[in-house]
Design a protein around this ligand. Structure first.
Ligand code: ZN
Length: 87
């Protein structure tokens, strides 16, 4: 069981390396949505930047690091609003 966990970590690292080579708009490797800066996402969701980083650490937001040291996040990990048009 412990070995499986190690393999999974290696795969995630590999994905991150691929993303780091990209420039410009970044698609989320986890859900494919466009990613934004933490500041932009905070503004869009009405959160503080600090709260955005807190949610990244909790795994509630997807996050990738850019070659320039910047970070891109997406809110794809957030549960969708359970709105059903037919109701
Ligand atoms: Zn995502």
């Amino acid at each position: 069981m412990a070995k499986e966990r190690i393999v999974r970590t290696i795969i995630e690292t590999h994905e991150e390396i691929r993303i780091r080579r990209m420039t410009g708009p970044v698609g989320c490797p986890a859900c494919g949505r466009m990613m934004a800066s933490p500041e932009a996402l905070a503004q869009r969701l009405g959160l503080t930047v600090r709260e955005v980083f807190r949610r990244i650490e909790r795994g509630e937001f997807h996050c990738v690091e850019l070659p320039d040291g910047g970070v891109r996040v997406c809110d794809g990990a957030m549960p969708e609003k359970p709105e059903d048009v037919r109701k």
